[in-house]
Write a protein that binds this ligand. Structure first.
Ligand code: SF4
Ligand code: SF4
Length: 443
C-alpha cells in the first residue's frame, strides 16, 4: 500500500517518456527520408557554431528585446528543470527533497530557481503582450493563423502554469516546514513563493497544506511530461533540434551554389574531346534510376533541409527581412519551412498507415503546398538565411524546387527562358549576336 504512489509515479514517468520516445523515433525516420548529404567535416567549427548559436543564443540578441526575453525563458527553462531530477528521484524512491543534505548549496539552488521562475513569468507576460496586444506584424501573416497561432500562445500558458505550480509547491512546503510537519525537512530558500503564494495559503490547516503541496508536486511533474510530449506537435521542438540543426548547418559561404553531380558529369563529357558520344552505355549503370534534377517533394530534399523544417521556430524573422515579402510578393520563407514540415508530416503519416511503405497520394510539396509563383519571387539574396536564429536555410529549398521546374518541367518564367536561350545562343544574357559585341568600339 505504501508503494502505491511510487508505482503510480513510475507508470506516469514510463508513459510520458515512452510516448515521447515513440514520437522522436518517428521524427528521426521522417528526417531520414531525405537524401544523404555529408556534414561530418570540420567538427570543431561545427561545435563552435552550435555553442555560439544554439547555446549562446548569439543570433537571437540581434533583436535585443525579443532576444533578452527569450534568453530569460530559455535559461529559466533549462535550470529550473534541474529540479525535475530531484522530483524524479523523490517520486521513484518515496523520498522528499533528496538533495536537501547539500545544505547551503541547496538553499542557493532553490532560491535561484524561484527568482528565475519569477523572471520567466515576467518574460512570458511580455511575450503574450507582444503577440496579442501589440500584435507585432510578423506574428500576423497569413501562415500564422489556426494552429500556428494557438501553438504560440499555448506554450506561454503552459509555462505560466508550470511556474505557478512550482512556486505553489514550494510555498506550501515552506509553510509545512515552519509548522514542523512530519517528513518536511527544513531545506531550501523561498525568496519568491514566500511573498507571492504563501499569503494565499497561510491560513490553511496542516492537512490542507499537505494536499496543496502534494497536488502541486504531482501536477508539476505531470505538466512537465505533457509539455515534453507536446513538443513534437509544436514549433517548440526547436528547444531540442536547435542543437543538431546549428551543428549540421552548411559551412560554405551563403552565396555559394551547390553543383549537381549529374550535370557536372554531363558537362565534363561534352568538354572532353576524346569522348565518344555514340559509345554504348556502361552496363553497370544501365539499371540505375534516371537522376531527378531538383526537388518536387520532400523526399528529393536532403535530410538537413528536412531537419530545418522541424526546427523552424516560426519566429518570422526571415519573412520580416525578405525583400520579396516586403514588396508585397507572395513569398514568405517562413511559409516555405512550415509547408515543408507539414508535407513531411503528411508523408510520415502515409507511411505509418501503409505498413512502412509510402503510397502515392497524388500530392507533392511543389504545387500542393508551395506554388511556382512563390518560388520565382525569391531574389536569392540570402537575407532569410543570414537572419535565422537557428541557422535554417529556406533558400536552399527554393533553389532545389526551382531547379526542378527548370530542368524537369522546363517551366521557368518567360523572362528567364529568354535569358537562358540568350546565354545558350549568344554566350551572354542579352539578345545580341556575339559578332556585334565590339561594335561599340567603332563608335
Ligand atoms: S533569399 Fe529569397 S526567400 Fe530569402 S530573403 Fe531573399 S528573397 Fe526572401
Ligand atoms: S526559418 Fe528561421 S527565421 Fe524563419 S521563421 Fe523559421 S526559425 Fe524563424
Amino acid at each position: 500500500m505504501q508503494y502505491i504512489p511510487n508505482i503510480l509515479f513510475l507508470l506516469l514517468l514510463a508513459g510520458g517518456v515512452g510516448y515521447f520516445t515513440m514520437n522522436i523515433r518517428k521524427l528521426i525516420r521522417n528526417i531520414n527520408l531525405g537524401l544523404d548529404v555529408d556534414r561530418t567535416d570540420q567538427k570543431n567549427v561545427r561545435l563552435k557554431n552550435m555553442a555560439k548559436i544554439a547555446l549562446g543564443q548569439t543570433k537571437m540578441v540581434r533583436r535585443p528585446i525579443a532576444g533578452l526575453l527569450h534568453i530569460v525563458v530559455y535559461v529559466g527553462f533549462l535550470i529550473i528543470n534541474i529540479e525535475v531530477l530531484e522530483i524524479i528521484i523523490d517520486g521513484l524512491f518515496g523520498t522528499h527533497r533528496i538533495f536537501a543534505p547539500l545544505g547551503k548549496v541547496y538553499n542557493i539552488l532553490i532560491g535561484s530557481f524561484e527568482i528565475l521562475a519569477l523572471l520567466v513569468l515576467v518574460a512570458i507576460v511580455a511575450f503574450w503582450i507582444r503577440r496579442n496586444v501589440i500584435k507585432i506584424k510578423r506574428f500576423l501573416s497569413a501562415e500564422m493563423t489556426g494552429w500556428p497561432k494557438s501553438d504560440g500562445n499555448n506554450i506561454l500558458y503552459f509555462e505560466v502554469v508550470l511556474m505557478l505550480l512550482f512556486l505553489t509547491m514550494n510555498a506550501a512546503d515552506y509553510k509545512l516546514q515552519l509548522l514542523d510537519a512530519a517528513h518536511y525537512v527544513k531545506a531550501g530558500a523561498f525568496p519568491v513563493s514566500s511573498w507571492m503564494i504563501m499569503p494565499l495559503i497561510d491560513s490553511l490547516s496542516e492537512s490542507a497544506l499537505i494536499i496543496v503541496e502534494r497536488s502541486a508536486w504531482w501536477l508539476h511533474i505531470a505538466g512537465i511530461l505533457i509539455f515534453l510530449n507536446y513538443l513534437y506537435f509544436s514549433k517548440h521542438l526547436h528547444i531540442l533540434l536547435a542543437f543538431p540543426n546549428t551543428y549540421f548547418a552548411k559551412l560554405t559561404p551563403n552565396g555559394q551554389f551547390t553543383n549537381l553531380e549529374s550535370v557536372t558529369n554531363e558537362v565534363k563529357l561534352m568538354m572532353d574531346p576524346d569522348a565518344d558520344p555514340f559509345a554504348a552505355p556502361d552496363p553497370t549503370t544501365e539499371t540505375e534510376e534516371v537522376a531527378k534534377f531538383g526537388a518536387s517533394d520532400v523526399m528529393d530534399l536532403n535530410w538537413v533541409q528536412l531537419m530545418n523544417s522541424y526546427t523552424c521556430t516560426e519566429c518570422g524573422r526571415c519573412t520580416s527581412e525578405c525583400p520579396a515579402n516586403l514588396t508585397g510578393k507572395k513569398l514568405s520563407p517562413r511559409k516555405i519551412m512550415m509547408d515543408t514540415r507539414d508535407r513531411l508530416e503528411e508523408v510520415g503519416k502515409n507511411i505509418d498507415a501503409n505498413n512502412g511503405e509510402f503510397k502515392d497520394d497524388g500530392k507533392q510539396l511543389l504545387g500542393d503546398y508551395i506554388t511556382p509563383e512563390e518560388l520565382w519571387a525569391c531574389t536569392t539574396c540570402n537575407a532569410c538565411v543570414e537572419t535565422c536564429p537557428v541557422s535554417i536555410d529556406p533558400l536552399s529549398i527554393i533553389n532545389e524546387m526551382r531547379r526542378y521546374l527548370v530542368m524537369e518541367e522546363s517551366a521557368a518564367p518567360t523572362e528567364l527562358n529568354n535569358m537562358m536561350s540568350n546565354i545558350e545562343n549568344n554566350g551572354a544574357p542579352w539578345p545580341y549576336n556575339q559578332m556585334d559585341r565590339l561594335n561599340w568600339v567603332k563608335e
